[in-house]
Design a protein around this ligand. Structure first.
Ligand SMILES: *[C@@H]1O[C@H](CO)[C@@H](O)[C@H](O)[C@H]1NC(C)=O
Ligand SMILES: *[C@@H]1O[C@H](CO)[C@@H](O)[C@H](O)[C@H]1NC(C)=O
Ligand SMILES: *[C@@H]1O[C@H](CO)[C@@H](O)[C@H](O)[C@H]1NC(C)=O
Ligand SMILES: *[C@@H]1O[C@H](CO)[C@@H](O)[C@H](O)[C@H]1NC(C)=O
Ligand SMILES: *[C@@H]1O[C@H](CO)[C@@H](O)[C@H](O)[C@H]1NC(C)=O
Ligand SMILES: *[C@@H]1O[C@H](CO)[C@@H](O)[C@H](O)[C@H]1NC(C)=O
Ligand SMILES: *[C@@H]1O[C@H](CO)[C@@H](O)[C@H](O)[C@H]1NC(C)=O
Ligand SMILES: *[C@@H]1O[C@H](CO)[C@@H](O)[C@H](O)[C@H]1NC(C)=O
Ligand SMILES: *[C@@H]1O[C@H](CO)[C@@H](O)[C@H](O)[C@H]1NC(C)=O
Ligand SMILES: *[C@@H]1O[C@H](CO)[C@@H](O)[C@H](O)[C@H]1NC(C)=O
Length: 813
């Protein structure tokens, strides 16, 4: 268990190490950037445009001090810049109070006051931004006291709204009064709409056209009854005077009316600096773009003002506008649309308001009796909320942060703050970032607007994206058109060549036609399966590989795709291909010199060193082994085990004494079977050295041989192989021969001796017998003289009986 955990930890740490390595690789994004603009479009990278800079990458990380040594004056590393161009102070509550005094009579006075009201600060900034390096700055918003309000009441005057109209004319004054309670600088206007005067929206029967219903006026698209005016008392009169009309289908042409009311700035009388409210009151749905086809109107809405004498002239010429067209125009004109609709329609308009910037909706009672409260409430809601928007393009990202009115809290990411009262100042932190440099250099300078919704005030941002380097523009010292350095085929920019379309390479030295040759092999890749140019060990130049040089001078990378090197061959005893005397390394395999061979040139291929030198036949390993890499591998045979450098030794086998015997004999003693000629011819391998006494010395591997020759002389010699594998023979200087003997003498002597001994024996025998005979004769003579014949006993008498004793009889006696 513990082991498993240890293993797991080890694996984790290895994993960690890998990810660290990966991080390190990711950490320097600059290295891969090959042009100045690419480099500075990468955050934290800087470019060096020094002329003689070698092959080093020019794009580096200044934050990493060791990364690059470029003189300060050649470094291009622009920083984000912010310059506030216009920063009029916000109107304070007190300042607002002073306008109040100025107001009262006439619009001229009020307009001068209006233009002094500042609710957004600053008003204009210049920014220079590098891609993906964000910049933050603050924007302040305040709700000025007594800010002008323009309210245009747009009413559906179809028959069903008759009672509403009546109520509105009654409430008109109250509405004006309650708004005037909010701001002294209030204007009110009134318009109405029915629908396009085309079938099927409106009956075109002539009689119906004149009076679609009882007490009805002829139908119309949109009519501006009363331009915005401070004289609010006219409002009730105008509402009362407006007559209802009739139409056929349920939805009304309200979008036509909104469009005209929004875009006809002059006819409606919208002021430049005012909170603009457009109250849209209806009890029905709406037609929108495409519905015009029902009436045969296919021309799309152009979003322009077509009012003549207060009447919409293009009602039956143009289709209804789309929701997004309305949204666009509402946005451009900073108008807050308030949908005041009846209960049945409220759900539809609740959805609609989400698609229109700054729109809100409120529920209208059947007879519009709650209109005053509704407008007041909506206005309060609108004005107490600030929402920042911008018209930035995709290339620019703007984030808003604010803690709104919460003095102590931290910033939250929001572009909205609510519950703002007059005089409150809200700070927004704006974080602006160029996400990517647009392709078209024209888009590198942009003007964008950051504005609070529904207010014609904004912060204008003049944004310049730092997407290119000054040295890439004509006029800079590091810019040269058709430069010599670039072989006249390209422009010299920021220290590098930018080649024309038909040339490439570091100095535009490659022409496109040269590539064709390598086209089919993709130039720098061995085949379509490899994903690395030049095997990852070189750079692709002109469709050919320029292989990297190695730190170690003894190592070289080469080949069409840098696929070869001369250092990854087999080694023997640590030396590549056994060292330069044996062979060299070529593209992964050893090229051996004579007589070497084998994977690492460690094997001697010739059999010369396996032949015992000085032998006539020169048998490899004395015929008792195989020559492997110049060394004998001796065999084991029945005769015995061979050993020795040339498998010449075999303690249990016969040695080579026999082989050398005759030569030693003839050379040393001039004896033996070889006569002088043969000896001179055949005995060339050695010349025996004469010594007093032969001894076999162990240290020389000497072999002792001793023979008796025909003369019965013993001769002895030793042989061994010296350091040059030459056989050396040391022979006894003189043979040991036996002394010469006289053979006939010996034979005669022997015979004589035998004869002499035989005679001597005979004589001796004769002497002894003679002595014996004499003694017997003497004895006879003596007895004959003493003889007196005995009568009693006849010496020749013999008893008649003979007694014998049986030797085997064992008697009982
Ligand atoms: C205007 O405000 C005053 C005091 O704030 C209030 O008495 C009056 O009723 C208000 N008028 C309207 C029309 O709401
Ligand atoms: C907003 O105000 C500016 C002047 O500050 C004016 O030029 C512009 O026309 C106004 N825009 C609208 C939609 O009224
Ligand atoms: C409003 O109309 C609805 C149905 O259309 C009706 O139920 C309701 O009584 C009406 N209310 C008023 C105040 O007329
Ligand atoms: C203000 O911010 C603090 C801390 O972020 C938070 O706890 C508090 O609820 C906030 N108050 C308001 C009124 O938003
Ligand atoms: C944003 O609006 C301003 C003012 O209307 C305009 O000058 C600018 O071109 C707009 N910018 C973009 C990116 O649409
Ligand atoms: C490569 O060869 C093909 C056909 O042979 C040719 O169409 C193409 O233009 C060549 N590409 C280049 C870069 O020369
Ligand atoms: C590589 O080229 C061969 C022949 O040109 C083709 O058959 C093969 O599909 C190619 N492989 C890849 C990965 O493109
Ligand atoms: C590899 O090539 C270099 C340059 O030709 C040479 O100096 C070096 O001796 C070579 N190394 C081997 C092991 O062959
Ligand atoms: C060396 O001897 C071996 C047998 O021991 C033989 O196979 C080989 O061909 C010989 N090589 C040469 C170059 O004579
Ligand atoms: C001497 O050597 C030759 C070849 O060199 C050989 O033919 C001859 O038999 C040899 N003589 C003797 C006596 O061995």
């Amino acid at each position: 268990m513990a082991g498993a955990r240890f293993l797991l930890l080890a694996l984790l740490s290895i994993n960690g190490a890998f990810s660290q390595v990966a991080e390190k690789l990711v950490q320097n994004p600059c290295i891969s950037k090959t042009s100045c603009h690419e480099c500075i479009q990468t955050p934290s990278c800087a470019w060096c445009y020094k002329q003689d800079f070698g092959e080093r990458t020019r794009c580096f990380q200044p934050s990493n001090p060791g990364s690059m040594t470029c003189p300060e004056k050649y470094v291009i590393n622009p920083d984000n810049q912010k310059r506030i161009v216009m920063n009029k102070p916000l109107s304070t509550v007190n300042a607002g109070g002073s306008f109040k005094a100025n107001l009262g009579d006439g619009s001229s006075a009020s307009s001068s006051g209006e233009s002094n009201i500042i609710q957004v600060s600053p008003q204009r900034v210049n920014l220079k931004l590098r891609a993906r390096q964000s910049l933050r700055f603050s924007l302040f918003y305040t709700q000025a006291e007594d800010y002008p309000v323009d309210l245009y009441y747009l009413m559906d005057l179809s028959k069903s709204m008759e009672d509403d109209k009546g109520k509105l004319s009654l409430l008109g004054n109250l509405l004006a009064d309650s708004m005037k309670n909010i701001t002294s600088n209030f204007r009110l206007g009134f318009g109405s709409f029915v629908d396009k005067v085309v079938m099927p929206y409106v009956s075109t029967v002539p009689k119906k056209l004149k009076a679609p219903c009882q007490d009805c006026e002829p139908p119309y698209g949109f009519k501006n009854h009363m331009t915005l005016d401070t004289d609010t008392s006219r409002f009730s009169t105008m509402v009362k005077a407006a007559a209802v009309s009739g139409n056929l289908d349920a939805p009304e042409g309200g979008f036509d009316a909104i469009m005209q009311a929004v875009v006809c700035r002059d006819q409606i009388g919208w002021r430049e600096k005012a909170r603009r409210l457009l109250v849209f009151s209806t009890d029905a749905g709406f037609h929108y773009a495409g519905d015009g086809k029902l009436g045969g109107i296919v021309k799309p809405n152009d979003g322009l003002c077509h009012l003549e004498k207060g009447l919409y002239t293009h009602s039956s010429l143009q289709d209804y506008p789309s929701i997004s067209q309305i949204n666009l125009k509402v946005k451009q004109n900073a108008i807050n649309v308030i949908f005041a609709v009846t209960e049945e329609q409220i759900s539809v308009y609740n959805k609609l308001k989400e698609h229109i910037e700054g729109a809100s909706s409120g529920q209208l009672s059947n007879d519009s009796s709650n209109i005053v409260d509704l407008v007041k409430d909506q206005y309060q809601q609108i004005s107490s909320l600030v929402e920042l928007k911008d018209n930035a393009t995709n290339a620019i990202k703007i984030n808003y942060y604010s803690r709104c009115l919460n003095g102590s809290g931290s910033d939250k990411k929001t572009n909205k703050c609510g519950n703002i009262k007059v005089g409150d100042v809200v700070e927004f932190k704006i974080e602006i970032e160029v996400t990517a440099c647009p392709k078209d250099p024209k888009d590198w300078k942009q003007t964008l607007q950051i504005y609070p919704v529904g207010i014609n005030e904004s912060l204008v941002v003049d944004l310049e994206m730092l997407c290119s380097c000054p040295c890439e523009q004509p006029g800079h010292i590091a810019f040269q058109k058709s430069a010599d350095v670039c072989n006249m085929y390209g422009d010299y920019k920021c220290g590098i060549c930018e080649c024309d379309s038909s040339h490439f390479g570091r100095y535009c030295e490659c022409s496109a036609s040269e590539v064709d040759f390598f086209n089919n092999t993709l130039g720098c890749r061995a085949d379509n399966t490899s994903s690395l140019d030049c095997s990852g060990r070189g750079s692709c130049v002109c469709g050919r590989c320029e292989c990297n040089s190695r730190n170690n001078e003894d190592e070289k990378v080469y080949g069409n795709f840098c696929e070869c090197d001369n250092f990854s061959c087999d080694r023997h005893e640590g030396k590549i291909c056994s060292g330069p005397t044996h062979g060299s390394c070529d593209c992964g395999s050893c090229v051996c010199k004579e007589p070497w061979g084998g994977a690492a040139c460690d094997c001697r291929m010739s059999n010369e060193t396996c032949k015992a030198p000085g032998l006539a036949d020169g048998e490899i390993c004395s015929g008792h082994g195989d020559c492997k890499c110049g060394v004998c591998k001796c065999e084991n045979t029945e005769e015995g085990r061979y050993s020795g450098k040339y498998c010449e030794k075999c303690p249990t086998c016969s040695d080579r004494c026999e082989e050398f015997k005759h030569c030693v004999q003839c050379q040393m003693y001039k004896t033996g079977p070889f006569d002088e000629n043969v000896c001179a011819k055949n005995c060339t391998k050695f010349t025996p050295i004469g010594v007093e006494q032969v001894e076999a010395k162990e240290e020389n591997d000497e072999n002792l041989c001793a023979f008796y020759d025909d003369d019965d002389c013993r001769f002895a010699y030793v042989y061994y192989f010296d350091e040059f594998n030459k056989v050396v023979v040391k022979a006894q200087q003189d043979r040991e021969c036996p002394a010469k003997v006289f053979l006939v003498g010996i034979v005669l002597g022997v015979i004589a001796a035998i004869v002499f001994i035989g005679l001597a024996i005979l004589l001796l025998w004769k002497l002894l017998t003679t002595i014996h005979d004499r003694r017997e004769f003497a004895k006879f003579e003596k007895e004959r003289m003493m003889a007196k014949w005995d009568t009693g006993e006849n010496p020749i008498y013999k008893q008649a009986t003979s007694t014998f004793k049986n030797p085997t009889y064992a008697g009982k006696s």
